[in-house]
Write a protein that binds this ligand. Structure first.
Ligand SMILES: *Cc1c(COP(=O)(O)O)cnc(C)c1O
Length: 473
């Protein structure tokens, strides 16, 4: 296919901005509270405020913290505020990053390098819960640190009875989540931290999603287990500003108990022809606008504002939890204590992925989880306004699926059901990679999860397996 040409002559800004508005016509309806992941939205006024702050520094670059003192000041203040919220000590320090994934990647790099330098560890491993965010698996792949997975107990908690057996002298870090993304359960951080402390192994808490809401839930009187720097063994925490901090996209933090740890995150190359180079994080150019928006938004809400958001979120979560438990055939998965939850089916006649399809027909955008199968909801204050409608639609969706069991064999339910249950996971990986890569074919490609024109051998095997499972083969 031939490529697009850059317009020969520049176009009028007003026309271009209209184009941008038009592009969004098929995007998820997050402003109406229809989307249950990806976006943390309050209202247009808040977005405009963050955008204005962003705009003031959109050209500023945090690459060299010595150059833009404005940005270094904002970074220092953001980290200091977070250190307070997360009950850090006087030495708690950190870096603003571009997102949760960057923060997680950095923790793995830091502890791998620390173990290498201090103890000569050459074949590093890290012990992480099976429910750890995918960013940790990405980090494992990128940095060559073997993940050892703490399994889930039957009731979907991280099983720490194997923690001792799974660590050895090559273990560079232990991870806990507050909360984990799949079910919203807070890991047993105090127990894990005590163990880590006794062995001298660093422990990171992934509070990317919880870091800007759990502290305020606690202030609101909700009883949560200790999960932050109050736990002595916790050496670092990641917390995203662009999730429950409601900052513009592109802002997260990683905090360390002290500078001796943070130093292992830093990169220096002294012989580059371009000059001596030092960098605190993963990116080179660091987006000043994201810092300014994050700083501004923290100032805008203050403790009161965040407590109010946390209160409204908790109310929406309670409405959803009791609504879901009240629907015959559904149950909450795990032990959600924060703003996230997932639910599955207890009724063999109710395929949860078919329920998800029905919800989408009713205009909701939902995520599917697996092992066990479920529907996910990342709840914000905004969802308080739609929670009752969601539960009403969910109850109807369940009845529709119960009355039409064949819905489990069509549409998304068939695809996701197949993906979740194919025993040869490598087949799923290959197929997903192919489909995903197709979106990046020159010219934009397409996203089509349907049957490929000429099924490959793994696909034919997969089709057979699905047939067999659905009792037709
Ligand atoms: C969202 C999330 C991340 C990754 O953050 P991004 O900002 O999406 O890169 C990591 N850990 C947890 C628990 C998360 O919820």
């Amino acid at each position: 296919m031939s490529h697009l040409h850059l317009p020969e002559h520049g176009r009028p800004p007003s026309e271009i901005l209209e184009d941008l508005k038009g592009f969004a016509s098929n995007d998820p309806a997050y402003k109406e509270g229809r989307l249950w992941s990806l976006v943390y939205h309050l209202d247009d006024e808040h977005d405009a405020f963050a955008a204005e702050a962003y705009q003031q520094y959109s050209s500023a670059n945090g690459l060299n913290p010595g150059a833009f003192q404005s940005l270094k000041r904002m970074e220092t203040e953001i980290i200091s505020i977070l250190a307070g919220l997360l009950n850090g000590g006087a030495d708690t320090c950190g870096v603003v990053t571009a997102g949760g994934t960057e923060s997680c990647l950095l923790a793995v790099k830091t502890y791998r390098d620390m173990a290498r330098k201090k103890r000569g560890v050459k074949r590093p491993n890290m012990v992480i819960p099976a429910t750890a965010h995918v960013a940790w698996f990405k980090a494992a792949g990128y940095f060559g640190v073997k993940p050892r997975l703490l399994p889930m107990t039957k009731d979907l908690r991280t099983d720490i009875s194997k923690l001792k057996r799974m660590t050895d002298r090559n273990t560079v870090m232990i991870l806990g989540s507050a909360p984990e993304y799949p079910h919203g359960t807070i890991d047993p951080i105090a127990e894990m931290g005590a163990f880590a402390d006794s062995k001298g192994i660093p422990m990171h808490v992934d509070a990317c999603v919880g870091g800007l809401i759990l502290p305020f839930m606690e202030m609101n009187g909700i009883d949560l287990p200790d999960w932050d720097f109050r736990v002595p063994g916790v050496t670092s925490i990641s917390a995203d500003l662009h999730k429950y901090g409601f900052a513009a996209k592109g802002a997260s933090t990683i905090l360390y108990r002290n500078l001796d740890l943070l130093k292992f995150q830093m990169f220096v190359y002294q012989d580059w022809p371009g000059g001596v180079f030092a960098s605190p994080a993963l990116l080179g150019t660091r987006p000043g606008g994201a810092y300014a928006a994050a700083w501004a938004v923290l100032q805008k809400f203050g403790v009161d504002g965040y407590r109010d958001l946390a209160m409204r979120t908790s109310e929406a979560v309670e409405t959803l939890k009791s609504g879901i438990e009240g629907i015959n055939g559904l149950h909450i998965l795990g032990h959600p204590q924060g703003p996230l939850l997932a639910y599955g089916s207890t009724d063999r006649k109710v395929n949860i992925f078919a329920v998800a399809d029905q919800l989408e027909l009713k205009g909701w955008s939902v995520n599917r989880t697996q092992n066990p199968d479920g529907i996910h909801a990342m709840v914000t204050a905004q969802h308080g306004e739609v929670a009752d409608q969601y539960i009403a639609d969910l109850a109807e969706a369940v009845e529709t699926v119960r009355a039409n069991p064949d819905l489990a064999k069509t549409g998304g339910a068939a695809t996701y059901g197949m993906m979740a249950h194919v025993p040869l996971r490598g087949m799923v990986k290959t197929r997903v990679l192919d489909v995903f890569a197709e979106m990046y074919r020159a010219g934009g490609g397409t996203l089509d999860l349907g049957e490929p024109a000429k099924p490959s051998l793994p696909e034919r095997l997969m089709a057979k397996y699905v047939h067999w499972r659905s009792g037709k083969g």
